[in-house]
Design a protein around this ligand. Structure first.
Ligand SMILES: Nc1ncnc2c1ncn2[C@@H]1O[C@H](COP(=O)(O)OP(=O)(O)OP(=O)(O)O)[C@@H](O)[C@H]1O
Length: 571
C-alpha cells in the first residue's frame, strides 16, 4: 500500500517537473504568466475535488475559503510580517480552516440541495463582507511581495508548480490512507462507513478543513500572482463556476484539476480573442457539468478510459504474493458474545420484531433464518445500531449497547455486512479491507484475501463482479476479528459451488479468527454446513431455536419457512 502511494507520488512529481520544464523551455513569458494562473486554479480545484469529488458534499463557497487565505496573506504583507509569502499563505490557509469547519457543521445533517443552499448563502454573505472591508493594501495599491528566489514571472511559475506538486503528492498519500478511504466510503454510503467504525462527523469535517486549507493557500498564491486583489476575485459566481468545472472535469483527479485550471484560465482568453462576452464561458461550464452528471463520467475519467484503450495493456491485476500468514485468532471474552432480550421494533403500525430473544455464544456460528419479511434484517439493524429506537436490550459481552451509535458499536466490536454491498467502487481491494479492518500487515492482508478467494490487494473494486464484492465484504469484517460478526445473506448471488465453499469458510471463522457469527441466510445447505445452532423467525417472533438438523425438521419451521403444510410435514 505504501509502495503504491509512493509510486503514484513519484509519477505525479515527475510528470509535473516534465510539464514545467517544457513550459519554461518552449513558451514565451506571456503564456508562462497565464499558465501560472492555471496551476493556482488547479490548486483551488483540488481543494473542491476533495470535498465534493471524494467525499460527495456540495460546496458552493470554495472561493470564499480562498478569499480568507488571500485576505490574511494581504494583511500579513501590509504589516510586513516575518516569513514572507510562504509563511503568509500557510497562515492564510490555516485561517480558512475554522471557516471550513464552520461550513462543514451543517454538512453533518444536510445533504444535496440543502447543503448547496447553505454553502451558497455563505458565499453570498462573504461577498458582501469582502466588498465592505476590502482587501488589505487594495486602496493603497500595496503589492504582495513574492519570495526573492521566485520574484520574476518565470520564478513565480516554478514556485506555484512546486506548491501544486506538494499538494497533489500529499493528496495521493492521504487518499490511500484510512482517512482517504473513509471519505470515499462516506460518499458512497454513510451507513456502511459507520458500520466499519468510521466517524461520519470526523470524516466530513476533516474533508472540509483540509479542503479549506488548500483553498486558502490558493488564495495566498493568487495574492502573490496578481499583487493586489479585489473582492470580485472570490465572488459567488467564481465559486459557482469552479464547482461547475470541478464537476465537469473530475477535480479529485490530478489530471482533472489541471484540465479544469486550463479551462477556467484559458477559455476567457479565447473568448476575448474571439470578441465574445466572457459570460459565455460559464454557460459552457454549466453545460459540461450537466453532461458529466447525466453521463456519469467526468472528462478525466473519459481520458483515462481512452488512455487505457489506446496505450499498450498493462499487466492484468497482479496475482497473490506468496501466501502470508493469517492474523492470529483474537482472544475475546468467553461466554455470551451477543445477547438480545425482549427486542421489539415497530415501523409505524408494523411490528417488525415482537419481544425477540437471541443468544450467540462466543466463538460459534448461529444461524438466523425465516421467510421474507420475518424481521431478520431489522434484527441486524437493531443490533448494529442502525435503528433510531427499539425496546428491549442488546448486550455485547454482557455490556448493554443502548444509546450507542452504529460507529460506537462497530468500534466496540459489532461488525456487519449488507444484503446489497455498499463498497465504494473507487477503492482498491486492499484499501477496502484496510478501511474495514484497521491496522493489518501486507502479509496478513494477502493471506486473508487468499483465504476468501478474493482478488489481490491492488485490484480496483470497480473491476470485480457483484459476487466477489460480497465475498470481499465478508473478508473485510472478518479481517477486523471483532467479537461479533453479523452476516446478512452473504451467499446471495453466489453459485452453488461457491456457496458451499463459503459455508465452510464461515464455519471456520470462530476457530480461525476468534469471532462469533450471526448468519442470516436463505440457503439451508449453507446454514447446515456453517451453524452450530439456529433461530427461526416468523412474523417478527421466534418460532424455533436449537441444533440445525432438529430445528429444520420441525413441522412449524417447515410450514413457516418452506410453505409445507403441517399435515404433510407430519406424515
Ligand atoms: N423502513 C421500514 N419501514 C416500514 N416497514 C419496514 C421497514 N423495514 C422493514 N419493514 C417491515 O418490517 C418487516 C420485517 O422486514 P425485514 O426486512 O427485517 O425482514 P427480513 O426477514 O429481513 O426479510 P428479507 O428476507 O426479505 O430480507 C417487514 O414487514 C417489512 O415490510
Amino acid at each position: 500500500m505504501k509502495h503504491a502511494s509512493f509510486r503514484a507520488a513519484v509519477v505525479t512529481a515527475l510528470s509535473l517537473a516534465a510539464v514545467g520544464a517544457l513550459i519554461l523551455l518552449l513558451l514565451p513569458k506571456y503564456w508562462v504568466f497565464l499558465l501560472t494562473a492555471v496551476f493556482i486554479t488547479g490548486i483551488a480545484l483540488q481543494s473542491l475535488g476533495l470535498v465534493a469529488g471524494r467525499t460527495g458534499m456540495i460546496s458552493l463557497c470554495q472561493m470564499s475559503f480562498a478569499g480568507v487565505g488571500a485576505w490574511v496573506t494581504g494583511y500579513l504583507n501590509v504589516i510586513e510580517a516575518p516569513g514572507g509569502l510562504v509563511v503568509w499563505m500557510i497562515v492564510g490557509g490555516l485561517a480558512a480552516v475554522p471557516v471550513g469547519i464552520a461550513i462543514g457543521l451543517p454538512a453533518l445533517r444536510l445533504r444535496g440541495i440543502n447543503l448547496a443552499i447553505v454553502t451558497l448563502g455563505f458565499s453570498a454573505a462573504f461577498d458582501t463582507v469582502l466588498a465592505t472591508i476590502t482587501f488589505p493594501g487594495q486602496t493603497t495599491f500595496t503589492q504582495v511581495v513574492r519570495p526573492s528566489l521566485f520574484e520574476s514571472d518565470y520564478g513565480f511559475f516554478i514556485f506555484v508548480l512546486i506548491v501544486y506538486g506538494v499538494i497533489a503528492v500529499s493528496l495521493e498519500f492521504v487518499s490511500r490512507s484510512r482517512l482517504g478511504a473513509s471519505w470515499l466510503a462516506v460518499r458512497h454510503s454513510e451507513r456502511a462507513a459507520a458500520a466499519h467504525g468510521v466517524s461520519i462527523p470526523r470524516a466530513k469535517l476533516s474533508a472540509f478543513a483540509i479542503s479549506a486549507f488548500i483553498s486558502g493557500v490558493s488564495g495566498g498564491l493568487l495574492a502573490g500572482y496578481l499583487g493586489t486583489l479585489v473582492s470580485e476575485n472570490f465572488s459567488m459566481m467564481q465559486s459557482l463556476a469552479l464547482f461547475a468545472v470541478a464537476t465537469m472535469v473530475g477535480a479529485h483527479f490530478t489530471l482533472g484539476a489541471v484540465i479544469g485550471g486550463i479551462l477556467i484560465t484559458l477559455f476567457p482568453e479565447l473568448l476575448r480573442r474571439l470578441n465574445l462576452p466572457q459570460d459565455v464561458g460559464n454557460v459552457f461550464f454549466a453545460i459540461g457539468a450537466v453532461h458529466a452528471l447525466s453521463s456519469g463520467e467526468t472528462i478525466s475519467e473519459t481520458w483515462m478510459r481512452l488512455g487505457r484503450k489506446l496505450l499498450p495493456r498493462r499487466r492484468e491485476a497482479s496475482s497473490h504474493q506468496d501466501a502470508g500468514r493469517l492474523p492470529p485468532s483474537a482472544a475475546h471474552e468467553p461466554g455470551l458474545a451477543l445477547e438480545v432480550s425482549d427486542l421489539t421494533v415497530r415501523y409505524g403500525a408494523v411490528v417488525a420484531l415482537d419481544k425477540v430473544n437471541l443468544k450467540v455464544p462466543a466463538r460459534t456460528v448461529v444461524g438466523l433464518v425465516g421467510p421474507n419479511g420475518a424481521g431478520k434484517s431489522t434484527m441486524v439493524d437493531a443490533i448494529a445500531g442502525f435503528l433510531a429506537r427499539y425496546d428491549g436490550s442488546v448486550k455485547l459481552n454482557g455490556k448493554p449497547l443502548e444509546g450507542l451509535s452504529a460507529t460506537s458499536r462497530a468500534r466496540l466490536g459489532i461488525h456487519r455486512t449488507w444484503q446489497t454491498t455498499r463498497i465504494a467502487p473507487e477503492l482498491s481491494v486492499g484499501g477496502y479491507v484496510r478501511l474495514a479492518a484497521g491496522a493489518i500487515s501486507d502479509d496478513e492482508l494477502s493471506a486473508i484475501l487468499q483465504w476468501f478467494d478474493c482478488p489481490p490487494a491492488d485490484t480496483p473494486i470497480a473491476s470485480i463482479d457483484a459476487g466477489t464484492r460480497r465475498l470481499l465484504d465478508v473478508a473485510g469484517v472478518v479481517a477486523s476479528r471483532p467479537p461479533v460478526i453479523l452476516l446478512d445473506e452473504p451467499a446471495a448471488g453466489q453459485s452453488y459451488a461457491d456457496a458451499v465453499k463459503l459455508g465452510e469458510r464461515i464455519a471456520a471463522i470462530p476457530e480461525t479468527f476468534g469471532s462469533a457469527v450471526l448468519l442470516i441466510e436463505h440457503d439451508m445447505d449453507l446454514v447446515r454446513r456453517a451453524c452450530s445452532g439456529i433461530t427461526v423467525f416468523d412474523f417478527g417472533r421466534v418460532i424455533a431455536n436449537g441444533a440445525p438438523q432438529a430445528v429444520l425438521a420441525m413441522p412449524i419451521v417447515q410450514k413457516a419457512y418452506m410453505g409445507i403444510e403441517l399435515e404433510e410435514a407430519a406424515e
